[in-house]
Design a protein around this ligand. Sequence first.
Ligand code: AMP
Length: 322
Amino acid sequence: MAMDTNKEIKEIVKKIKKYNSIVIARHVGPDPDAVASQIALRDAIKKTYPNKKVLAVGVYVARFKYFGALDKEEYDDLGDTLLIILDVPTLDRVDGIMNLNYKEIIKIDHHPSDVKVGSVELVDDTASSTCQMIAELLFKTSLKMDKAIASNLFLGIVSDSDRFLLSYTTPKTFKIVSKLIEDYQLEFTSLYPKLYERPLNEIRFHGYLAEHLQLTDNGLAYIKITPEILKEFDVDHATPSNMINDFNYIKEVLVWIFVTFDDKNEIYKVNIRSRGPVINETAEKYNGGGHKFASGARCKTMEEIDALIADLDHLCEEYKRG
Ligand code: AMP
């Protein structure tokens, strides 16, 4: 059931009014929902309060440049600062705030979590995306929106709901999307190339993944992607993350995993998706977490990866039996 979040929304607007310096941050390894929501909220606050200093921070990701520029992490002259964290439940996964002294935190997020870090927590794990929550916040308050902000929010919602395929898509999602399109005259089909246009080598890499996916008797599909393979197809270690959702609705597959070695950080990055068993609790055991059916993990060794694969296979077996 959708949550009543009006009290938190009012509190958030009060805090935004109160602070002259606001830093908006999101999770490490950002996706379109994380980047679009932080840039949309920054631009809405700046449009409403042109004299406030509002920074959207974190690592710049070239392939998301169409959402707009991020700000330099220059925190020296900020004074009392409000930190708003988006699309992330815990502070350890927030990007770009290491040298920031903040006075207060607001969290806006759609991940399930009991961890409280903010003086105001707008958390709705029934929302399709953080962008849906930001759109609702802007529609319900005096914070201003324009066509560019609406376009960013639209793309964040489309991306995180996987084009409205995921079960977090609700009538509210469609109402908000419809209002964004109508109120701001979005020519939404012309926005899709920003999210979905890809070079041919990525399509060929996609073919490699389909070809080499291993399948267990219990319906677990997995693939271990080496740095050599990434090099062969001229793609980077973030590319598999953009493709994991494409492997939904395969008849034989209940849970699927991509394991990618990130040689820069010397860690295995794992993307996990499910169309049955709840996977986030298993992911949490392997330095990970996320949503019930879309999670991630980070492992240091192949032994840990193999244990994670075995755990998820067991989960599939139990699910099938149940
Ligand atoms: P990904 O497979 O990277 O797209 O992540 C799927 C979901 O899991 C997203 O909501 C992420 O925020 C979350 N997630 C990914 N990695 C981790 C991690 N190491 N710890 C907690 N949550 C994660």
